[in-house]
Design a protein around this ligand. Structure first.
Ligand SMILES: C[C@@](CO)(OP(=O)(O)O)[C@H](O)COP(=O)(O)OP(=O)(O)OC[C@H]1O[C@@H](n2ccc(N)nc2=O)[C@H](O)[C@@H]1O
Ligand SMILES: Nc1ncnc2c1ncn2[C@@H]1O[C@H](COP(=O)(O)OP(=O)(O)O)[C@@H](O)[C@H]1O
Length: 289
C-alpha cells in the first residue's frame, strides 16, 4: 500500500556562530533534535521520468520547491528512468526555523532512493542533500546530532527527549536575512558536547531576530511566564520550551494567544523518517521470503 512518509521538524537546542568562511558561510555549533510532528509525503512511482508535485503551497513555485529539486537531483545522480507523483501534506510553518523545506527534501531523497532502487548510501544521500541546503544532511542521517562546520560535520548525541511546546509567532524569518545582519555575533567561544549536555549554550541569533521581528520577542516573553529558558530555534521565528510530560505542555498550549499557531510534540533522538525507512526495509525482507 502507498503510505505517507514523515518529514519531521527539527529544533536547534542551541546555536552559536564561531566564525565565517571566506565564501561568507557561517561556521556554527548547534545541536539538532527531531520532533514527532511534521509534514507528510506520499510517492507514486511512474514509468515516465516526469516529477509531479501535488502541494497546496502557492508561496513556492514548483521549480523552486526543494521536493522537486531533491527528486531531480537524485534522478540525475542515479540515472533513474522512473519518475514520481509526490503529494505533500504541509503542516510546518515556512520560515519558522523548524527546517520543513529541508526535511521535505531529505524525505524525498531517502524515500525515492528506496522506491527507485537507486542503492545510494547514507553518505551519498547526505552529500546530495548538502547541495540543496545546509540543513538537509541531518534529516537524511536521522539521528540527533551535534553539528559543526557549516552544519554538516556531525557527532551523534543522546540528549533527554522531553515534550516541547512550539510557538510560531505568525512571522517568517529568512535565514539569509539574519546571516547578513551586521550586528550578528560571529565570534562565540567554542563549547564542548559535555558542556552543552550540562546546560551550556544559547541561541546567539535571538538578539538580532527579536529586534528585527518583534513578534518573536513577544513569544519568548510570553513563554517565559510558563517555562524556564524558552528559546528560539535556528534563525527563527519559532520559539520553544521543554516540559516533563505531554500534559504539562498541553496545559500551557491551552493558554497560547489565538493569533499564534502553536503545537506540542515529543523530542526524538531517532527521527520518524529513520523509523519509516527501517520499516520499509523490513517489509521488503518479509516480501522476499
Ligand atoms: C542556521 C540554520 C540552523 O539550523 O538555520 P535555519 O534555517 O534552520 O533557521 C541552518 O543551518 C540553515 O540551513 P538552511 O536553511 O538549509 O540554509 P541554506 O538554505 O543552506 O542557506 C541559506 C542562507 O543562509 C546563509 N548560511 C547558511 C548556513 C550557514 N552555515 N551559513 C550561512 O551563512 C547563506 O547566506 C545562505 O545563502
Ligand atoms: N517544500 C518546501 N517547504 C517549505 N519551504 C520550501 C519548500 N521548498 C522550498 N522552500 C523554501 O524554503 C524556505 C525555508 O523554508 P523552511 O525550511 O520551512 O524554513 P526554515 O529554513 O526557516 O526552517 C521557504 O521560505 C521557501 O521559500
Amino acid at each position: 500500500m502507498n503510505k505517507w512518509w514523515p518529514a519531521p521538524a527539527k529544533l536547534n537546542l542551541f546555536l552559536h556562530i564561531t566564525g565565517r568562511r571566506p565564501d561568507g558561510y557561517h561556521e556554527l555549533q548547534t545541536a539538532f533534535q527531531f520532533l514527532d510532528h511534521g509534514d507528510k509525503l506520499k510517492f507514486t512511482i511512474t514509468e515516465n521520468a516526469q516529477i509531479t508535485l501535488k502541494a497546496d503551497l502557492p508561496e513556492v513555485v514548483e521549480e523552486d520547491n526543494l521536493i522537486v529539486k531533491a527528486a531531480r537531483l537524485l534522478q540525475t545522480s542515479c540515472k533513474s528512468r522512473s519518475g514520481a507523483i509526490i503529494q505533500l501534506e504541509k503542516n510546518l510553518p515556512m520560515g519558522g526555523g523548524l527546517g520543513g523545506g529541508s526535511s521535505d527534501a531529505a524525505t524525498t531523497l531517502v524515500a525515492l532512493n528506496k522506491l527507485w532502487q537507486c542503492g545510494l548510501t547514507e553518505d551519498q544521500l547526505a552529500s546530495l542533500g548538502l547541495q540543496l541546503g545546509a540543513d538537509v544532511p541531518v534529516f537524511v542521517r536521522g539521528h540527533a546530532a551535534w553539528a559543526e562546520g557549516v552544519g554538516e560535520i556531525f557527532t551523534k548525541i543522546e540528549p533527554p527527549e522531553p515534550w516541547y511546546l512550539v510557538i510560531f509567532p505568525e512571522c517568517a524569518v529568512s535565514t539569509a536575512e539574519i546571516f547578513s545582519a551586521t550586528q550578528l555575533t560571529r565570534d562565540c567561544e567554542p563549547i564542548t558536547i559535555a558542556g552543552f549536555l550540562a546546560g551550556e549554550g544559547s541561541n546567539i541569533c535571538e538578539s538580532v531576530v527579536t529586534k528585527l521581528h518583534p513578534p518573536v520577542a513577544q513569544a519568548l516573553a510570553w513563554l517565559a511566564q510558563y517555562a524556564t529558558i524558552p528559546r528560539m530555534t535556528g534563525t527563527g521565528s519559532c520559539v520553544f520550551a521543554r516540559f516533563e510530560s505531554a500534559s504539562a505542555a498541553e496545559n500551557v498550549l491551552e493558554h497560547v494567544p489565538a493569533h499564534w499557531h502553536a503545537f506540542t510534540a515529543k523530542g526524538c533522538n531517532e527521527s520518524p523518517l529513520s523509523f519509516c525507512a527501517k520499516d520499509f526495509d523490513r517489509r521488503l525482507d518479509v516480501t522476499a521470503i
